[in-house]
Ligand binder design. Sequence first.
Ligand code: PEP
Ligand code: MN
Length: 366
Amino acid sequence: MKKGLELQSITKWMNTTKPVIISGPCSAETEEQTIATAKQIAATGKVHALRAGIWKPRTRPGQYEGAGDIGLQWLMAAKKETGLPVTTEVANAAHVEACLKAGVDILWVGARTTVNPFSVQEIADSLKGVDIPVMVKNPVNPDIELWIGALERLNKAGITKMAAIHRGFSSFEKGPFRNQPMWDIAIELKTRIPDLDILCDPSHISGNRDLIAFISQKALDLDMAGLMIESHINPDAAWSDAKQQVTPAVLGKIISELVVRTVSSENKSFKDTLSILREQIDHIDDEIMQKFAQRMKISEKIGQYKKENNVTILQVTRWEEIIKTRVALCKAMGLSEEFTTDLLKLIHHESIQVQTKVMNHVEARV
Ligand code: PEP
Ligand code: MN
């Protein structure tokens, strides 16, 4: 069996409790902007580390591409002023070398770098023998294997102080978010690597400062370990990502209004009630599964019958009828149309597989 990742928890390497909050401007623009923003962020008393991009990966040319190495000096000056540890994005070995030389406390790998195993391996190689925390943003495309691959490459190089950052996924379709959250992928990551702490970056998910509080609360409710939120002393005048940045004062308000829930409670009556409700759910799940099994047995019979009569598996009018009647019924029972349609599609797909197997004596799992 493949050995899992060897990880230290973020609360240990940040020496704080959850939720861990990292904040700072999208980009370090000038020394004054970096230090003034850092001071106001530190004054909220709610932030555990400062972020600022020094080398900015911009989608299109001609935009602000970061201050470069000189920005590291500004970041270190901000650390000196505030006492907060500092973090920035690295995309290659030269960035890593410059950060280590300057004394940056924590590194992160950006979404555009996580997609590229050559770059991630270059970063990992440059970190061999170095004890520094590294956070890995999800790749821009919704590919959990790439995300895990990047974490593995760094871990193999000896980096154990790690966290993942969920910043959403690019999509051609434009929705309310700049990057689709696709929470299922973050949940799957946590399920596959339970020891890995995940932070959420609501700024890059939303692309819009008005949605940051909502996304942040949702992330905490999904038991994420903390947040990375962009904050700028004058957001509207920011040289990158202006729409999604908030002032340090708004940042402080967002953080103080977050409800921090625990994964469990020691309260006896809570535990008793929860276990009764869970028993009810277990019982209902048993029944649902038995019904699904019965339903598939009938599909098998139908497949056999269609085969004997040389009739096609798919009958569009019947399928349309099923969707129409079931959606109406489920709606009346308070179930959403989206849920009913998704569930029916899944059942129908499986039913077609079962019938295909009966008709052709083959497994056709496509
Ligand atoms: C950033 O954090 O400013 C950044 C460039 O993020 P991402 O890699 O998530 O796009
Ligand atoms: Mn940004």
